[in-house]
Design a protein around this ligand. Structure first.
Ligand code: FPP
Ligand code: MG
Length: 339
């Protein structure tokens, strides 16, 4: 198992919670979520159970369910069963999307393990993604009609974001705005919903629910921006994924957009490469090396930190205390994560 992505049950919480009592409560609650997830990926067909548990058992940060649990702590009844159910809903939806995403990216690695498309084939990976999404929908139905509507809207945003990524921005569109819109959909929407579900089922006021949802949307965007920076900066041992996938796929992410926007005379080779098909291994390796040492990497990191500050400012709607501190730290860690 990739140590960077060991499940919380084995390696503590994905995000630091400095208050001891809250940390131990979150660890216990995450173990409940973990056991529930193991039950929810079971199918009456043993092969489907194997395929559906493959990525879950490979690890993962469980970032979304932890956010559900933490947001619920700001409410009057964080122990509600619905909070655990909602935590499972968001993780299963996320897991489903990873099976599909790895098919689209032709990825070989995920969470330090073979991707499902590499381990089996595209058909198995796509149908397993569908199975997990159906399981998540079954569970959402237990949360009531409003939750189903929220889940449906979230799914729409997720798919729209993913499709938009494959459509290049038009001649009149600002490429950075296009990219930020893509990630707000494909990643921000589900993380915003994680915070909303936690707040709602934990019994937060409407005002706190809205603030946490907005916080989740921004933290989710920051999470994807960090992921995109790591796609360039880290090796597969750290990330458990194949580095440079976005470049190979021709998806221009924040460091690339920033490098292109501020290209210097010495960047002519990089600019030329970024305009090529980077499926060629030698060109891909060269572009990755040039980008890794380009100042746009630090510029991109600084932008992510500024988004985390924005998210933290929204937490003024919560009273001071360990929950707010944990959510503040959560935003900081997302912005500066290395795996
Ligand atoms: C990861 O992006 C992908 C997503 C965050 C969402 C992908 C959504 C779909 C494929 C459609 C949804 C389908 C279902 C069944 C829910 P990335 O490739 O930038 O990140 P990575 O580095 O983790 O691969
Ligand atoms: Mg991918």
């Amino acid at each position: 198992m990739n140590p960077a992505s060991a499940p919380p049950g084995d390696a503590g919480l994905a995000m630091p919670v400095t208050d001891e009592a809250l940390a131990s409560r979150m660890t216990e609650r995450m173990q409940v979520v973990e056991r529930a997830l193991a039950r929810h990926v079971r199918s009456r067909a043993p092969f489907v159970t194997d395929a559906a548990s493959h990525l879950m058992e490979a690890g993962g940060k469980r970032f979304r369910p932890l956010l559900v649990l933490l947001a619920a702590e700001a409410g009057t009844h964080p122990d509600a069963d619905e909070v655990i159910t909602a935590a499972c809903v968001v993780e299963l939806t996320h897991l489903a999307s990873l099976y599909h995403d790895d098919v689209m990216d032709e990825a070989l690695l995920r969470r330090g393990a073979e991707s499902a498309n590499a381990r089996w084939d595209n058909h198995v990976a796509i149908l397993t993604g569908d199975f997990l999404f159906s399981k998540s929908s079954e569970l959402t139905a237990e949360l009531g009609a409003d939750a189903v509507r929220i889940q449906a809207t979230t799914f729409t945003r997720l798919v729209e974001g993913q499709i938009q990524e494959t459509v290049k921005p038009g001649a009149d569109d600002d490429p950075l705005e296009h990219y930020l819109d893509v990630i707000a959909g494909k990643t921000g929407a589900l993380i915003a919903t994680s915070a909303r579900y936690g707040a709602r089922f934990g019994g937060c006021t409407r005002e706190v629910e809205e603030a946490l949802t907005e916080y989740g949307a921004i933290v989710g965007t920051a999470f994807q921006l960090s992921d995109d920076i790591l796609d360039i900066a880290s090796d597969s041992v750290e990330s458990g994924k194949t580095p440079g996938t976005d470049l190979r796929e021709g998806v221009p992410t924040l460091p690339v957009l920033m490098a292109l926007a501020s290209a210097r005379p010495e960047d002519s080779r990089l600019v030329q490469l970024l305009d090529c098909d980077l499926n060629d291994d030698a060109r891909h390796a060269e572009a990755l090396t040039l980008l890794r040492r380009h100042p746009a990497m630090d510029e991109a990191r600084a932008y992510v930190v500024s988004r985390a500050q924005e998210a933290k400012a929204l937490l003024a709607a919560l009273p001071d205390g360990p929950v707010r501190t944990a959510l503040e730290n959560f935003a900081d860690v997302v912005a500066t994560r290395s795996a």
